[in-house]
Write a protein that binds this ligand. Sequence first.
Ligand SMILES: Nc1ncnc2c1ncn2[C@@H]1O[C@H](COP(=O)(O)OP(=O)(O)OP(=O)(O)O)[C@@H](O)[C@H]1O
Length: 396
Amino acid sequence: MLLVRYGELALKKRNRRMFEERLLHNIRQKLDPFSGVTVQQTFGRMFVHLNGADAVSITQALQQVFGIVSVSPVVRTELDIGEVKGAALALMEKHDMPNVTFKVETQRANKQFPLTSQEVNREVGAHVLRNTRHLKVDVHEPDYPLTVEIRPQGVFLYTERFPGLGGLPVGTSGKVMLLLSGGIDSPVAGYFTMKRGVEIEAVHFHSYPYTSERSLKKVEDLTRQLAVYGGPIHLHVVPFTEIQTNIREQCEESFTITVMRRFMFRIAQQLAEKRGALALSTGESLGQVASQTLESMRAINEVVQLPVLRPLIGMDKQEIIGVSKEIGTYETSILPYEDCCTVFVPKSPQTRPNLERTRQNEANLDVEELVNDAVQHTEMKTFTLDDKREFASYFD
Ligand SMILES: Nc1ncnc2c1ncn2[C@@H]1O[C@H](COP(=O)(O)OP(=O)(O)OP(=O)(O)O)[C@@H](O)[C@H]1O
């Protein structure tokens, strides 16, 4: 079986129970495709009973679940030193090669056990040394620390510890609406938002026919990739052509980007309120492009009341690219595509838009009607880890 450790030990009692229940739910959901596998929560950790399923694939799946600190394949024996020695030898035999070292580390949480930790270390270590050809003991830097945990329910032995993603289980910190473009940054922002336990829904602004079906497919693929970490994700696709056309006709060219972003935020906020999301999240970082200066952010933020999370604010482009490669979104993000923001690019956009002039630029637009109309025609699709379960629906 697999031993799953989780962190955030500072959590208070009530929060801790919620954390554990949610983590258990998320692990079960993640392991749903593996038949026969069961999960059990006991004494501050979880055990995954493999029942014949492949330990490597399941460990990899668990390494994509937020809230898990590490995973170890473990062997359980009865509270009997003879059995412990046998299990220790079976675990170490596969590493019996020249120049490989080990060390037995016993933790005795069960004081009823007749031997002390030191005695278990000695007996188990001696048994392994006697029955293998090459293995040697190194107490300082062993290749394989062999942990023996003696607990009331039995003895648990393991040599490996695979790191998890850490963070909090998705669903323990409320819901956020992520503005998801087809670029590199916003999927990474979605990943970091989920890392702190937030469930996300995504919103994408699509300017058909200026932006193609292919660019929409790309955003759907990115949503699917984020669902690997967050469970099923709803994607709201907003028709944005009408608004962009109006902006182009009515606004000074240099203000089009700022005004367009204000519309995106207004619409995202309405959708967030409909769906019970408490904040927006974007892939903005400071100073990367003209629209990402503090002055721009202030002009854009002005139109919403919900908090706007910007998880990438302290990151350099190279760091963001590094994360996007690790989480598997990079290859999709760099596919050529048109975003609604790149279709009508002004020659010299305002880098420090003045608030008063921004408002004046919207004076000739029927903001409320345009926003309501876009929200009404928004289409919602749901993407899960398992593509076959994808379905589409509409809401008014
Ligand atoms: N078509 C869109 N649909 C939804 N959100 C968008 C769209 N275009 C931009 N955004 C949001 O605005 C943010 C800033 O967009 P911008 O194009 O200025 O930056 P970017 O650094 O290229 O971001 P990204 O790599 O995520 O596209 C994006 O990270 C995303 O959150």
